[in-house]
Write a protein that binds this ligand. Sequence first.
Ligand SMILES: [Zn+2]
Ligand SMILES: [Zn+2]
Length: 127
Amino acid sequence: MRNTKQRQVVLDILRNTDTHPTADWVYEQARKVLPNISLGTVYRVLGRLQEEGLVVQLDVGSRKSRFDGKPGQHQHIVCERCGRVADVPDVIDHIASERVQNLTGYRVHAHRVEWIGVCPECHNAQP
Ligand SMILES: [Zn+2]
Ligand SMILES: [Zn+2]
């Protein structure tokens, strides 16, 4: 019962954000709903959700692992300053796959693409 509640809270947090947060951030949010939840529990719940395929742990080369509650393959863009991760619209996926297929003659089944740049907030903070 308790586990189910914790699980639901963590899953809701991830599904309601597109910031691909770290476990620490998820923990801060979860504490607002479940004041007694521990960081260890958040990690355990995240691990279980990952095993079930509901959550993906992103490997985007940032210092801390980030988690994605959006199912299905999609591309990400990473800010090289603050580490923020955003989704790249699916239309880019389709266009890129088609072009690669046309240019190489390969039948494209999957791809691993990561975009790197500076997010609008960091860009605007530039003097
Ligand atoms: Zn940034
Ligand atoms: Zn994503």
